[in-house]
Structures are given as C-alpha cells and as structure tokens.
Design a protein. Structure first.
Length: 171
C-alpha cells in the first residue's frame, strides 16, 4: 500500500469493493507463489485456486460481509452523530436499538417518557432516524461505485450479504 496502491483504483473501471477484493486475491496468489518457490525450500504440492471452490466462496462471503458491515457502521455512526446533536448521547442510547438491534428495546410509550415526548413523536423520530440512516448508507455506497446507476444494485447486494450473515452468538 505504501507504493501508491489506492491511486490505481479507478471509478471508471468499477466498484471500489471489487478493486479491493481483486487486490486481496492477487496478494494471496502472489504470497502462495512465493511460499512455493524452490529457492525458499518449497517442495510443496501446487494447489490451484479456482473460483468454483467452496473456500473461495467462503472467503468472498467473508469479504463481502466485512465490506457491508463497514458501510453499515459508517452510516450508523453518521446517523448517530445527527441524533446526538438533536437528542444528546442519552437519546442516541435509547434510539439506536431501532437501527442496530443493540441495546434495550423499549416500547414507544416508555421511550416517549424517557425522551420527554409523546408516543407519536417517538414513532416520527424513529422514522426520521431510519430515513437518515438510509441516506447515509446511500452516500457511503455512492463513494464506492463508478456510476450513480450502480448504487441501487450495490445496496441490493449489501442487503443480500447481510441477510446471509451468520447469527451472532450471544452466549
């Protein structure tokens, strides 16, 4: 990366996620070749990396999951900053569960009492917060694709990847 790696990324040639995934694949292939080189004592059996292998699919899914989580985290962080400006840190602590699923889930009436607003106000606040999250996520995705028409396609891929992620172990 020190040699200007990121300068080779070109929006005209495709998505940034694809650029990173291909760079990772190339790195791993180069590393495998170096490891097997005879001058390094590599009398190892050569194994071809094929796109149809299950390990390739697992690696690609892990990469896509990490990518999706990075974009989601950035959108949650930006949304959180906006909520904190309006409702304070405590307000964000109460409301973030409606985006992240993390934290104590309360009903709207209880939240209204905690936030000093009515139940309808809480519903509106949650709705606005979710809309802001979608805006921020869309903006994050827009920075990683080469053309605006690819944003919805990338968002669909992110939704698919997030739906396929393994359940978190809470035990």
């Amino acid at each position: 990366m020190e040699g200007g790696f990121f300068r080779r990324a070109d929006r005209e040639r495709g998505k940034f996620r694809t650029f990173l995934l291909n760079a990772l694949r190339n790195f791993l292939a180069d590393d495998a070749r170096r490891t097997m080189a005879a001058k390094r004592g590599g009398q190892l059996e050569r194994v071809e990396l094929r796109e149809d292998s299950s390990s390739y699919e697992d690696d690609a899914l892990r990469f896509d999951l990490a990518w999706a989580e990075t974009l989601f985290d950035a959108a949650v962080l930006a949304t959180g900053e906006e909520v904190k400006k309006k409702r304070g840190e405590e307000g964000w602590d109460y409301l973030q569960v409606f985006l992240t699923g993390e934290g104590e889930m309360r009903n709207y009436a209880e939240l209204g009492q905690l936030l000093g607003m009515g139940e309808g106000g809480v519903k509106s606040e949650v709705s606005r917060m979710r809309a802001k999250f979608r805006e921020h996520l869309r903006r994050e995705v827009a920075m990683t694709v080469s053309a605006p028409h690819e944003i919805d396609e990338e968002l669909a891929l992110l939704r698919d990847v997030m739906m396929r992620r393994p359940a978190k172990d809470h035990g």
